[in-house]
Design a protein around this ligand. Structure first.
Ligand SMILES: NC(=O)c1ccc[n+]([C@@H]2O[C@H](COP(=O)([O-])OP(=O)(O)OC[C@H]3O[C@@H](n4cnc5c(N)ncnc54)[C@H](OP(=O)(O)O)[C@@H]3O)[C@@H](O)[C@H]2O)c1
Length: 104
């Protein structure tokens, strides 16, 4: 079973990824900064990384990623920063959650 984790680099996402790997599942982690993510979590034979921002993926690409997995867990969060305001992250959460619902 392969699980796609959105927001895998966040506080919740990292714990979810670790727990899934610990339970023997394969994980595809969608992150905006693969190097930072892998430095923090470490390489694993059942962990693959998709370098993408959910806001910039086309619908087709998003569907392709969703269809390549058995389940999707969204750990997208709202981070206030100068790079992207709360609106941007709300759109990302909405898009990720909508995609999960449609996938279901
Ligand atoms: N932490 C808790 O104790 C807790 C408890 C209950 C529920 N929750 C819920 O869990 C969710 C995540 O919380 P968190 O504390 O883990 O948040 P977080 O540490 O801020 O992580 C947010 C994640 O969302 C990603 N993200 C934000 N904007 C994005 C965008 N535009 N495109 C792609 N990825 C984007 C971040 O990626 P980057 O690393 O690239 O920024 C990061 O991986 C929230 O909905 C929160 O309400 C958290």
């Amino acid at each position: 079973m392969t699980v796609l984790v959105l927001g895998a680099s966040g506080a919740t996402g990292r714990r979810v990824v670790e727990q899934l790997l610990g339970r023997g599942l394969s994980v595809r982690a969608m992150v905006r900064s693969p190097e930072l993510f892998l430095n923090s979590i470490g390489e694993h034979e059942r962990l693959s990384v998709i370098h993408a921002s959910i806001l910039e993926l086309s619908d087709e690409a998003l569907v392709q990623h969703l269809c390549s997995c058995t389940a999707v867990i969204s750990c997208l969060g709202h981070t206030l920063s100068f790079k992207g305001g709360i609106w941007t992250t709300q759109v990302a959460c909405y898009r990720g959650d909508e995609a999960c619902v449609r996938f279901d």
